[in-house]
Design a protein around this ligand. Structure first.
Ligand code: ARG
Length: 462
């Protein structure tokens, strides 16, 4: 058996169990692109600094391009028992170009190598997820544009509260996903610093130029302190937190869509593309997609907790514990990107039953607060007195088995003579449109929010 290339002092062959525990190739092979990119930048810098010869650089650069091709064509399968992606690529490179390949690891350690690979991967997906979020926000805006006049019962405690419109409801989600977008973008900006050239923990005596590799790889500049850099996984924790929070938003929306598509609500119909049947009940159409999105939130939380726990108590600098950073991040990223794509398709294709939403507004005395506000404004009553008086009107409406918006002026006068005059005000559409304060639900305010959100999306795209 040939000597392991990264084990100068280890003579015995590794036990199969050690390999199973230790090897990360089965999962970190996902980093092959980043690893090759980082290595090419490193080799070019070594050449420019006179650390390796131009001939060696040419051989390495050509060799790495070939390794990339071989991986992408399937000719090099990354299942040859190498310890990790870094060792696999270095081994294949050396098979192809010979001794020059052995010079690639000058002034570098796997510690800064994995830090740069993983950071490049995470930053790429911060940006990718941010871009998917913008697409999703546009889908909410499309529904909002169409439904800024569609009445919907606004709820608190899942009880009817005040009338709003569906567009306004969609803008609430657009606002949540906008905060998510901003978190991914700011994580990508904050962490856009290059670990390359930190070597094992303390820098290197070779005259490396960290600025040139940082620039070639698209980083703003090198990190400040190598000891921190090789053991820092904050960038990974950030994407995990950003994904966990985003999945929480997706889960809340999913819950509403599940509820809204029940026969009790009937507010929306999810497209048949996003529903599945039952193996026994022939009539069933189940909302499996929003249920899965809600369910997948669990693993996103788990991945965040898992890495926080791995990092807790690690002394400086690199510890092998951090190899446990990858699978959770890969899983969260895959979950996040798939969820965003599916959710967007579901929003684009769902059918809104505006009539059912408006019908639902005629139950639950949604305009009761308007009556109290009117008593304060027009009759000078202290709000608390008005509140109690309207409570009586609601009780009376219940006795008649009516909604407060259905009471006639005469019926209102039975409760208190002043109330008759306010009868028209209790119409749910008027009530919705009365909430004209900034950020309020009135159709004109909703449209204003749509425009502001559209301008914001536009600004992000340009
Ligand atoms: N596969 C390792 C990881 O993902 C690479 C770093 C190994 N460094 C070391 N000192 N053993 O963390």
């Amino acid at each position: 058996m040939s000597k392991k290339i990264a084990s100068a002092r280890i003579s015995a062959e590794s036990s199969a169990l050690l390999k199973e525990l230790n090897d990360s190739l089965p999962f970190d092979k996902a980093l092959y692109r980043e690893d090759i990119r980082g290595s090419r930048a490193h080799a070019r810098m070594l050449m420019k600094q006179g650390i390796i010869s131009p001939e060696d650089f040419e051989a390495i650069d050509r060799g790495l391009a070939r390794v990339l091709e071989e991986i992408e064509s399937g000719a090099f399968t990354l299942d040859g028992g190498d310890e990790d992606i870094h060792m696999a690529i270095e081994r294949r490179l050396t098979e192809i170009v010979g001794d020059a390949g052995k010079r690639l690891h000058t002034a570098r350690s796997r510690n800064d190598q994995v830090a740069v690979d993983f950071r490049l991967y995470v930053l790429r997906h911060d940006r990718q997820i941010a871009s998917l979020l913008l697409d999703l926000i546009e889908s909410f805006l499309a529904v909002a544009r169409e439904h800024s006049e569609t009445l919907l019962p606004g709820m608190t405690h899942l009880q009817h509260a005040q009338p709003i419109n569906l567009g306004y409801h969609m803008l609430a989600y657009a606002s949540m996903f906008r905060r998510d977008y901003e978190r991914f973008v700011s994580s990508a900006e904050r962490n856009n610093l290059s670990p390359l050239g930190c070597a094992a923990l303390a820098g290197t005596p070779h005259p490396v130029d960290r600025r040139s590799t940082a620039e070639e790889l698209g980083f703003d500049e090198p990190t400040l302190n190598c000891l921190d850099t090789v053991s820092d996984r904050d960038f990974a924790l950030e994407i995990l937190f950003n994904i966990a929070t985003m999945m929480m938003h997706i889960s809340r929306l999913s819950e509403e869509l599940i509820l809204w598509s029940t026969s009790e609500f009937g507010f929306v119909r999810l497209s048949d593309k996003h529903a599945t049947g039952s193996s026994i009940m022939p009539q069933k159409k189940n909302p499996d997609i929003p249920e899965l999105l809600r369910g997948k939130t669990g693993r996103a939380y788990g991945n965040l907790m898992s890495l926080l726990t791995v990092m807790k108590g690690l002394p400086l600098a690199y510890n092998k514990d951090t190899q446990e950073d990858k699978e959770g991040v890969f899983d969260s990223v895959r979950t996040a990107e798939l969820s965003l794509r599916v959710l967007r398709e579901m929003i684009d294709e769902m059918e809104v039953n505006a009539e059912a939403m408006e019908r639902a507004c005629s139950r639950g005395h949604l305009s009761a607060t308007d009556l109290a506000d009117w008593l304060v404004r027009e009759q000078g009553l202290p709000f608390r007195d008005a509140y109690h008086l309207v409570g009586n009107a609601v009780n009376y409406a219940e006795e008649l088995d009516k909604d407060i918006s259905e009471l006639s002026a005469e019926e209102l006068s039975v409760v208190d003579e002043r109330l008759g005059e306010a009868c028209e005000l209790l119409d749910n559409r008027l009530s919705m449109n009365a909430r004209r304060s900034e950020g309020g639900t009135a159709t004109e305010r909703t449209r204003e929010q749509i425009v502001k959100m559209e301008e914001w999306v536009e600004a992000q795209r340009s």
